[in-house]
Design a protein around this ligand. Structure first.
Ligand code: GDP
Ligand code: MG
Length: 153
């Protein structure tokens, strides 16, 4: 559990079209995470197939790629204490119907194939996804809130 842990969080095309960008970003900001990369990108199917390589072969894979390529996504990297695991808790379960109220999916969506957001599932996949979406690198800076959010600064 590192204060420097980084996770790749993405607002999917339905989250963008449903005007949820600000609300989703606000949750990570307000929790105390630090935004270290951000861009709006309309990804190609080839790029998305790399992102979801582990799911190739699943029956829903072609539909997933079509959905994810249907419009722009917001690609982000958030840094802070336990960012990967806590980021997933903030998103909720893969199936929104199993997501607790109070989580992003539990509050804003219903269908597994329209679940508005993505979050890395391990530190290893986070690093892979950050490299895939941000080959240009992330931004290093000191955030003024850090000593108020993290201990031992
Ligand atoms: P995640 O890590 O919670 O996003 O879930 P996975 O990595 O297992 O799956 C990636 C994405 O594929 C999910 O967020 C869903 O959008 C989609 N997905 C997963 N399982 C299903 C399914 O059974 N049906 C459909 N239509 N989509 C699915
Ligand atoms: Mg996943």
């Amino acid at each position: 559990m590192s204060t420097q842990e980084r996770t790749y969080i993405m607002i999917k095309p339905d989250g963008v079209q449903r005007n949820l960008i600000g609300k989703i970003i606000a949750r990570f900001e307000e929790r105390g995470y630090k935004l270290i990369a951000l861009k709006l990108v309309h990804a190609t199917p080839e790029h998305l197939e790399k992102h979801y390589a582990d799911l190739k072969g699943k029956a829903f894979f072609p539909g997933l790629i079509k959905y994810m390529a249907s419009g722009p996504v917001v690609a982000m990297v958030w840094q802070g204490l336990d960012a990967v695991k806590t980021g997933r808790v903030m998103l909720g379960a893969t199936n929104p119907l199993q997501s607790p109220v109070g989580s992003i999916r539990g509050d804003y969506c219903l269908a597994v194939g329209r679940n508005i957001c993505h979050g890395s599932d391990s530190v290893e996949s986070a690093e892979k996804e950050i490299a895939l979406w941000f080959p240009e690198g992330v931004v290093q800076y000191t955030h003024i809130q850090e000593p108020w959010v993290l201990e031992d600064n």
